[in-house]
Design a protein around this ligand. Structure first.
Ligand code: ATP
Length: 296
């Protein structure tokens, strides 16, 4: 089942088109990364889903229904960061959050354990590290046991330890069956944490799907010979090659990551009577792929 189905959403701020006819679906149980550079429309999209903003056109469904308020209550969000009281303990702050939300008062012990703050529950909020503050905010989202969690840049501003704690927490929440929708501008984060990804740029959806299908790195063997036509033809018959690209002076044979063997390619060409005058292996990283996808 899809937790969220976005259908042709467009949003303008005056003349700025923040989202342009965006459509994609989020399956239940996924950790869905909405990836894009600054200003690509991620926060706007999450704001629309959470009813903080209104789209100009398009619709979306939550759990197969129109997004009415009882359906929204099945979602916990960090979009509106809770205002915690600095002089009160983590536990007391959660009691206040539960009272405001009118849900989850009986969940406090459980959520403190889930975010690994049980042993610091009596400490004042002001004594928490940034990472602990963020974990308390996530604990507040978990009150009322929502099925879906929506996070906007959940590791922003944290140090490496805090970042890794939040990422581990997201992975563990997913293992407990939560669907997680998170915006991030960090390719590395999405790759480490997310099962699915949608890539946005200037409000346009560039691609969406399973992370291991969208974010594939690849090996490229760049080859040249006197007769490029013959070389191109021959490489298309080479086993294991996923794509043969003809550039101006060279041919690129694309292989799945770790699968390119330059010696094999060389031997294959010689065995077929073609002498190579150029042969190098290039590894295309995800970083390069992301830049390629999002460049002008
Ligand atoms: P970031 O990672 O920097 O937060 P984002 O991908 O979340 O970026 P949005 O914040 O959704 O992107 O912004 C998308 C576009 O809409 C940008 O061009 C931004 O300047 C514009 N925008 C966002 N909010 C407003 C607003 N309240 N008024 C006018 N323009 C806005």
């Amino acid at each position: 089942m899809d937790v969220l189905a976005v259908k042709g959403i467009t949003k303008y701020y005056g003349k700025i088109c923040a989202l342009n006819n965006v459509s994609f679906s989020i399956p239940q149980g996924s950790v869905y990364g909405i990836l894009g550079p600054n200003g690509s429309g991620k926060t706007t999209l999450l704001g629309i889903i959470m009813n903080i903003l209104r789209q100009n056109s398009g619709t979306f469904e939550l759990f197969g229904e129109l997004p009415v308020s009882h359906v929204r209550r099945r979602i916990g969000t960090l979009l509106e960061t809770p205002n915690f009281y600095h002089y009160l303990s983590g536990e007391k702050n959660l009691q206040i959050a539960a009272a405001i939300k009118q849900k989850g008062a009986g969940d406090i012990d459980k959520v403190l354990k889930m975010v690994n703050l049980d042993d610091r529950r009596q400490s004042k909020f002001s004594t928490y590290s940034l990472g602990m503050k963020q974990r308390l905010a996530i604990a507040s989202c978990l009150l009322g046991d929502p099925e879906v969690l929506v996070f906007d840049e959940p590791t922003n501003g944290l140090d490496p330890v805090g970042i890794s704690e939040i990422r581990e927490l997201i992975i563990s929440l997913a293992k407990q069956g939560k669907t997680i929708i998170m915006a991030s501008h960090l390719l590395d984060e999405v790759e480490k944490v997310c099962s699915h990804v949608a890539i946005l740029k200037y409000g346009n959806l560039l691609t969406a799907g399973k992370a291991d299908e969208v974010l594939v790195n690849e090996d490229i063997v760049e080859i040249s010979a006197k007769d490029l036509d013959q070389l191109e033809h021959l490489l298309n018959t080479f086993q294991g090659v996923s794509q043969v690209k003809r550039l101006e002076h060279v041919i690129q044979a694309v292989f799945p990551p770790g699968k390119a063997d330059t010696e094999e390619v060389n031997r294959f060409c010689i065995d077929h009577g073609l002498l190579l005058n150029h042969l190098i292996l290039k590894k295309k990283s995800l970083e390069a792929l992301f830049l390629e996808i999002t460049k002008n």
